[in-house]
Design a protein around this ligand. Structure first.
Ligand SMILES: Cc1ncc(COP(=O)(O)O)c(C=O)c1O
Length: 421
């Protein structure tokens, strides 16, 4: 029996089957029985600098010894909060950005959505209410994020819609966006998307997608929001996915890689245009979280950004991209793998739709078999059944081979056992 209700879990299956991990080093994690696993997903896409970084632990401990946290509502702040805001503004592809800090990615999306609505009200355009989002997208689990997400299974069963004025467009179809903007622009507040769709199955954009979306947003005065919760802080080989795919958003939501998960933190980078009515005294954004700008979390972020920079880990992610892509491409030779995808240190093996229809338990069985072989992957179920591959940036080429060999063995073994190819 466990008293812990796991997120995203079928709790009829978990009791008695928990894997309890208590130590990590680089790309490796260890469970309480001493078993070692290669963390092929960097936990939930966040551990960019790898596990076991004593330097981040020391920074957090030092900050906690001085002052663990203090409210940042109103006039108060802490030194690491202000330092982090400066640092993020400097890194940001948005010129002259300011930062609103949150406790994670869902809060960042909620903050962005509320700020968008508040902004259009503040500039006397309250009719601009619709937020446009993509099929297959994932934007966290608060009410707005649940509604914005483009994975039906996550938003069904709540008697929704949870929030109104959300419109979904097909994942890659800029023509559908152009038509919608043409018809409805005066009511459209913003377009929100992940530079590379993550939880929906690791789906990179089609060629030219983001510059065209940016052009349409500018032409119709629609705000552009990049959800960089996964792609931020080096995952695509650039600091932000927007830089990699050639566009400049008005708002960037981030979380995960900003601390590599060493402490919970997220936020939104905000362009001057959107800040203006609020910073010029025309309106107030009555919004914030108890732990917005939490001192110890900001100290973790600063130490994490130091490591990323000093060790050149974002450039390393770019260098490893072709190596990872080539090795992962080999998985497509296996009987139940239809295709593979890769962008930066994000990759996926896509299981055959036919095989999954015939045997819906196939994806879980492959994931479980990979764990048994010491490789932690996650099965993503967007429109596809996909094996997630998003290791820490410190992975070496030989660890990439080891990781993908383990996944290949798991796929081969399970597909043979279940009578495929
Ligand atoms: C693109 C994207 N946005 C938002 C979120 C939500 O972040 P969090 O789980 O930190 O609330 C996630 C989490 O996976 C994500 O991948």
């Amino acid at each position: 029996m466990t008293r812990f209700w796991h997120g995203y879990a079928d709790m009829s299956l978990v009791p008695g089957n928990e894997i309890v991990v208590n130590r990590g080093e680089g790309v490796w994690i260890y469970d309480t029985t001493g078993r070692r696993y290669l963390d092929a997903t960097a936990a939930l896409w966040y551990c960019n600098v790898g596990h076991g970084r004593a330097e981040i632990a020391a920074a957090v401990a030092g900050q906690m010894a001085d002052l663990a946290a203090y409210s940042t509502f109103g006039f108060t702040a802490t030194p690491p909060t202000l330092e982090l805001a400066e640092r993020l503004a400097e890194m940001s592809p948005i010129e002259d950005a300011v930062v609103f800090l949150t406790t994670g990615g869902s809060d960042a999306i909620e903050t962005a959505a509320k700020l968008i609505r508040r902004y259009w009200n503040a500039v006397d355009r309250p009719e601009k209410r619709i937020i446009v989002t993509r099929e297959l997208s994932y934007h966290g689990m608060n009410a707005w994020g649940t509604e914005l997400g483009g994975l039906a299974s996550n938003s069904e069963g709540y008697g929704g819609p949870l929030v109104p004025h959300v419109v979904h467009v097909p994942t890659h179809d800029t023509g559908a966006v152009a038509d919608l903007f043409e018809r409805e622009a005066s009511h459209i507040a913003a377009f929100v998307g992940e530079p590379v769709i993550g939880s929906g199955g690791v789906v990179p954009p089609v060629e030219g997608y983001w510059p065209e979306i940016e052009r349409l947003c500018r032409a119709h005065d629609v705000l552009l929001v990049a959800d960089e919760v996964i792609t931020g802080f080096g995952r695509t080989g650039r600091d932000f996915g927007a830089q990699r795919y050639g566009f400049t958003p008005d708002l960037i939501a981030f979380a995960k890689g900003v601390t590599s998960g060493y402490a919970p933190l997220g936020g939104v980078l905000i362009a001057p245009r959107i800040r203006e009515p609020f910073w010029a005294g025309k309106a107030m954004f009555r919004h914030g979280y108890t732990y917005s700008g939490h001192a110890a979390s900001c100290a973790a972020a600063l130490a994490n950004l130091d490591i990323l920079e000093r060790e050149g880990l974002t450039a390393r992610a770019a260098e490893l991209e072709p190596i990872l892509a080539a090795v992962v491409a080999g998985l497509a030779n296996l009987p139940v793998v239809d295709a593979t995808r890769a962008a930066g240190l994000l990759a996926a093996a896509v299981l055959s739709e036919e095989a999954l229809q015939e045997d819906p338990g196939l994806l879980d069985a492959v994931v479980r078999s990979a764990w048994d072989k010491g490789i932690i992957t996650i099965g993503l179920r967007g429109a596809y059944g996909v094996l997630q591959i998003s290791p820490p940036f410190v992975i070496t080429p030989s660890e990439i081979d080891h990781m993908v060999d383990g996944l290949a063995e798991a796929v081969a073994e399970v597909s043979a056992e279940r009578g495929f190819g």
